[in-house]
Structure formats: C-alpha cells, structure tokens
Design a binder for this molecule. Structure first.
Ligand code: KAF
Ligand code: ZN
Length: 587
C-alpha cells in the first residue's frame, strides 16, 4: 500500500478516533438512573394498562409491554439525547451521500449527472462492455462507499451504546430480538447452508454462460464470478442477464416488458393491475387517497431518494408508496412487493398501534412477493393479456424456473450475508481495520463473487447498498424469500392450483388469482399484525410454526435436477476455489 494511502488511512482512523473521543466526552456527562428494560411498564399509567387489558387479552398485554420499551426511544438524560442526535445525524448524512451519489459517463467524461436510478442501474442491466461495467461498479463505490466508512464505524459504537442502554449486550442482539426466537440466528444459518447446493448449481451454470460471453481470461472455470457482470450493482439478482442464461432460447419469450410498453402501460396502470389482483382474492383495495398521495414515478428534474418504500400514516386512512417506477416486468414485481406492504397495513389497521407491524419483519417483506410468484407465471401473464401465447412443456418450464431462480435463488446468499456481516461488526468480531477484508471474504464464501478491481481498507463497499448506508436491517429479506414459498404452497393448495401428486399441477405453475379461499387465509394471517407470535401466524396459514426451506426446494426441484445434468454435461464443476486459493491469487 502506497505511502499516501497509508497516510489517508491513518487520517481516517484518527478522525474516527477524534469523533469517538467526542462521544466519550458526551457520555461521561451526568448520568441519572438509566432506563433499563423491564421498568418500562411504569410508563403505562394504571388506567392505560386497564384500557390495554380491556382491549386485548393477557398475552397481548404481556407482548405490549415488550414492544412498549422497544418502540419508544427514551431520552432519560443528556447523554442519551446527544447519542440519539449524533446517531440520527450520521445516518441521515450517510443516507444523503447515497441518494445524492452521481458518476460521470464511461464514454463521455463531461456527462457527470448519472444517478443510481435510473441511469446507473440501466447501465449495469444492459451493458455487456466488461470495462464500462467495471468503471461504473468501481466509481459508484468510490462515490458512496468510501466516503462513509468512518461515519459507519462511529454509528456502530452509537448503536451498541443505545442497545446496551436497553439491556442488550450488543445492537446485534437488539436487531435479532425482533424475531422473538432464540434459535432464529441458527435457523437462518442452517437454511442458508441447506440451500447452498442449489445456489452452487445455478452459480456454475451462470459462470459457464458468462465465460462464453466474456472469455476464459475474465471468467475462470473453477473460480468466482466477477461482481460487475451479473446485471445488478450488488450481484443480488441475475434477472438482467437472463437473455444470456435462457436455457431454451427458441421457446416463446416469457418477458413481457416490451408488451407492457406497447400496450401503453404506465406506472399508475401497473399499480392498478396489482391492486386488482389483491381485490381478486377478496382483499382490500387501496383507498382513493392512495392515488393522490403516492409518488409512483420519478418527477423530472427533481433529486429524489428513489429507493421504493411504503408508508403507513397510522390514521387508518392514509397509506402511500414512493417508487421511481419504470415500465418493465422487473418493476412490476417491485410494484407487487410495495403494495404487499400496504395490504398488510390495511389488514391490521384496526389493531392497537403497538401491534400494527408484521408478525415479524420477514412477513412484511413476503406478502407482495407471494402474489408476484403467481403474477410472473406465463399462465397468469396470458390471462391478463400480456402474453399472447406460451408453451406448456418441460423446456418452457425450465426457462420459467431459471428466470425465477435468477431473482429468488441468486438472492439467497446475498440476503443472508448482509446482516451476518453487520451482526459480526456489532459484536466486535469484525473491526474497522478489516471491514473490507471481512466483506469480501463473505461475498466470496457465500456468493462466489469477487470484486473486478483490487479493494483496500480505504474502501467501504457494503455502503454501496441502500440498506447499509440507510441502516435498514436486511435478514428480513432472506426470511421473506423462505416464507414466501411456504405461503405460496399453502395458498396454492387452498386455490386448488397445486397438487403434489398431479404432474400437471406442480408448485411453479400455480396462480392463486381470484381464489377467495387463498385470500381468506392470507387475510386471517395478516389481520393478526404482531398481536400474536409469528410462529402462531405461520402455523395458522401453513400448518407449521417453523421457518422451512422445503417449499422453496420443492418449487425449484425440476430446475435443480436440470442444472445438475446440464453442468455435468458441460464438465462444469459446481462450486468455486477455496478462499485461501483466491487470496493467494490476489496477493
Ligand atoms: O429494499 C427493497 C424494497 C424496499 C422496501 O419495500 O423493502 C422498503 C425498504 C425501506 C426503505 C426505506 C426505509 C425503510 C425500508 N421497506 C418498506 O417500505 C417497508 C418496510 C417495513 C414495513 C413496511 C414497509 N428490497 C430489497 C430486497 C428485495 C426484496 C424483494 C425482491 C428483491 C430484493 C432490495 O432492493 O435489496
Ligand atoms: Zn419491502
């Protein structure tokens, strides 16, 4: 590492230390009694507690207490107040760096107004120029990752202090508390490992197809896949290289993006269609105010935080979505994802505020995706006039299953490693001195992905992702990718669209559209909000109270078998070189 780099690194570290000192000063201020978990019940006056008891049963009152102290942040003394203030200023500063991030065009260095959505994401999706992709991948990280490295390490300290304040050992324990299950962390680790063989097969097939495009010198036979050629800035979805991956190209295309444009689809129409699907199940439509209050596409010329999200204004009437929607099939899936959040809001709006939350955060992230599993089937796209004709045979099935796998299977290791990484930072197992080394170890070992350019401890690639710079937890999406197949299987049974013993009714061809029985079951589960433990909600809908990947495995089994055969046929060995081998190569 050059002298200047070392100097910059030392500067960065000492700056962080200075900031750290400032925090120590603040926290050595007067400290009255600290509000520890448990005495928070004194914050409910007697009559309020009675009201609570009248409104909900004993179990509810107990649960209300748990969430009471968690959801309201106490300012019990000046230190805590300053910590909260510092924490919010750091998170808003990091978030601002991310949302304002702009880079110059690879081919035109005077054009420097490229934002992540839509310009940069469009390049990552459509370019097949190895060097352009490498430039965009690196420059985005230079602009939004590197500059927030120090602030992130300060935030870690503050998060841990705040967590300790509430009686948690580290903020990782506070984050995991949300899942109300001692075994949750082990459960997700076990499931991630259980699904790794399926991911390895998809990875091996994808690596071969990419090698055919970019050549043996760029994509090795037994190594990892470079992160920048997967069609996605974070390599978390490979849907945008489906055109490279499609197993049987001579089958009727199942991509309806072009048809959506030709049929005059607008973002509003996309949301109307998704709203229609919820209504077809007997669920609620969004209120009229939704259409006036929401922001469904990026206003021209305005700098906007484009990352999609759904809002509950807690008045039982005002619900909104902000999304920079583009007319294409992938955004149509996001439309369903976001409306899934609003449907949950609508289904639990009658509950006391404290219970107006998903049974656990994974539930909230799964609802919309469950409907998308039906909407994305060729059968459904044909029903709604987006697909003129489609083939019904084994090869067409493999094309569809592979397309779904580029979104759902490719995502699994990524969805798992984001919080595994942050939990270990919060627990002090990963220190600022090896933020980058640890990050790429996880990216290598879980995802079989490598950076296209050398990384050092001046970089901070994790913050190139919205949820890291925005301090939004992520294991919820991994859980949602497991839950959504459990929900899908249960709903498909109710809709009589799936029968394990009928080869013409496999899980991946199910479309629950217009099934009132499926809608009723989903409604019953969502209307519980967080008033019951998520295991009860899960059991109510699926018959089991365990997070269980067997439904996902069953859905993709035909593809898993096909990939094994295809990889074997092409002499493609699933998996990639050991991490030590990779380290040696990149010395
Ligand atoms: O981030 C999102 C979608 C946005 C959201 O709907 O999950 C949004 C994220 C967010 C944005 C700003 C502040 C907080 C959270 N979450 C919500 O709108 C939300 C979260 C909880 C309850 C209700 C709404 N998806 C993730 C993961 C994902 C999900 C589905 C398919 C693919 C990938 C991603 O893009 O990496
Ligand atoms: Zn979401």
């Amino acid at each position: 590492m050059g002298k200047t780099r070392l100097l910059v690194l030392l500067l960065c570290l000492c700056f962080c230390t200075v900031l750290n000192e400032a925090i120590q000063q603040l926290s050595s201020g007067t400290t009255e009694g600290v509000a520890k978990a448990g005495n928070s019940s004194q914050n409910l006056t007697e009559e309020e507690a009675q009201l609570f008891l009248q409104k909900i049963d004993e179990e509810g009152a107990r649960r209300a207490n748990i969430y009471n102290h968690l959801s309201w942040s106490f300012q019990t003394n000046i230190t805590d107040y300053n910590r909260e203030k510092l924490l919010s200023s750091i998170t808003s500063n990091m978030g601002e760096t991310y949302s304002k991030g702009k880079i110059c065009d690879f081919f035109n260095s005077s054009k420097c107004d490229l934002s992540l959505e839509p310009e940069i994401e469009h390049i990552m999706k459509t370019s097949r120029n190895y060097d352009e992709l490498k430039y965009v991948w690196k420059t985005w990280r230079d602009k939004v990752g590197r500059p927030v490295r120090c602030q992130f390490s300060e935030m870690v300290e503050l998060l841990n202090e705040a967590a300790a304040y509430n009686g948690f050992e580290t903020a990782a324990d506070y984050w995991l508390f949300d899942y109300e299950s001692k075994s949750f962390e082990n459960d997700v680790e076990r499931i991630a490992k259980q699904l790794h063989p399926l991911y390895e097969q998809l990875h091996a097939y994808t690596r071969r197809k990419l090698r055919e495009i970019y050549g043996e010198d760029k994509i090795s036979k037994t190594g990892p896949i470079p992160a920048h050629v997967t069609g996605n800035m974070w390599a978390q979805s490979w849907i945008n290289i489906y055109d490279i991956l499609v197993p049987y190209p001579n089958k009727t295309s199942i991509d309806v993006s072009e048809t959506m444009v030709n049929q005059g689809y607008t973002p509003k129409i996309m949301f109307k269609k998704a709203d229609d699907f919820f209504a077809s199940l007997g669920l609620e439509r969004v209120p009229d105010s939704f259409w006036n209050n929401s922001l469904l596409e990026k206003p021209s010329g305005r700098d906007l935080v484009c990352h999609a999200n759904a809002w509950d204004f807690s008045d039982g009437k005002d619900f909104r979505i902000k999304q920079c929607t583009r007319v294409n099939q992938n955004d149509f899936s996001t439309v369903h994802h976001e409306l899934g959040h609003v449907q949950y809001y609508l289904q639990y709006k009658h509950l006391p505020h404290i219970f107006r939350r998903g049974a656990n955060p994974g539930f909230h992230e799964a609802i919309g995706d469950v409907l998308d599993l039906s909407v994305s089937t060729p059968k459904h796209l044909h029903k709604v006039g987006l697909l003129e004709t489609y083939d019904i045979d084994d090869e067409a099935d493999i094309n569809f299953l592979l397309k779904t796998a580029t979104r759902k299977v490719a995502f699994l290791p990524y969805g798992y490693l984001i919080d595994k990484y942050r939990w270990n930072i919060l627990r002090g197992l990963i220190t600022p001195q090896n933020y980058t080394k640890a990050w790429w170890k996880y990216r290598y070992e879980y995802q079989g992905i490598e950076p296209p350019v050398e990384r050092t401890e001046l970089d901070f690639d994790p913050a190139a992702k919205k949820h890291v710079s925005g301090n939004i937890r992520y294991i919820r999406y991994f859980a949602a990718h497991i839950l959504q197949f459990q929900f899908h299987k249960a709903l498909c049974l109710l809709a009589k669209e799936y029968d394990a013993n009928d080869p013409n009714k496999p899980l991946h061809r199910c479309d629950i559209y217009q099934s009132k029985e499926a809608g009723k079951a989903l409604k019953e589960m969502m209307s519980l909000g967080r008033s019951k433990h998520w295991k009860e909600a899960l059991k109510l809908l699926t018959g089991t109270d365990q997070l269980d990947a067997s439904a996902l495995r069953e859905y993709f089994l035909p593809l898993e078998n096909w990939l094994k055969a295809n990889n074997e046929e092409h002499g493609e060995i699933a998996g990639w070189d050991g991490y030590e081998t990779w380290l040696q190569k990149n010395k």
